[in-house]
Design a protein around this ligand. Sequence first.
Ligand code: MG
Ligand code: MG
Length: 256
Amino acid sequence: MKKFRGIFLKNDYEISLLREANQIVARILDDIEARIKPGISTMDLEERANDLCKEFNVRPAFRGYQGFPYTLCCSLNDVIVHGFPTQDELKEGDILSIDMGVQSRGFFGDSARTFAVGDISQEAGMLMQVTLDALHAGIQQARTGNDLYDISAAIERHAKKHNCSIIRRFVGHGIGARLHEKPEIPNFVPSRMPGVPLKKGMVLAIEPMFSLGSEHVEIMPDNWTAKTSDRSLAAHFEHTVAITKDGPEILSILDK
Ligand code: MG
Ligand code: MG
């Protein structure tokens, strides 16, 4: 595979395989979204995701990755990312972030969404909307002629405008035949590192994580679950995006 400054550039065939993997992730997340309501547990969702991976003949990408034990990351309320599915029932007013990845024919899909459980507070709804809008503002910058940090800047600007805190500890990433490739994509403009010119064929998993309070993270004793240090609500949205000659193509949204 061709590289530019250490970043793999995918050809059309490789992008078609990445599209296929990401479309499966989108289908699984759509299926799961329809099941989210008070009274069901995230372990129910985990089981459904496992069944769907079998049905689609794909391998769950997260299970076993650096020892992560599940197919889904289920991050409830003050959990930012990397939460475990549990038998606890979801409650009205919860917000649940689900991150899902698969490996299909050698290529990876990766996408995350935060879902409302029943009716949620106005501020929780605002946090979700701002995080989703920031993702799309970042995606709009994913085009040739721009710099990688134009993506970061758009996300950061949107968070600041709406007084949400950026969780700086976790970043987006390149994706391809590996789940995590270069470059890292921070959700803010780093002060030191130079950016990288964006090129056709780069495929990026862009994933803002915002909170209503602290930007600081506390890792729970399970060594995975990442909560906001002040236990404020957090949201997370992620899409895998290919840079094409015609601009950004979101691979993890279903072709309608
Ligand atoms: Mg992800
Ligand atoms: Mg990711």
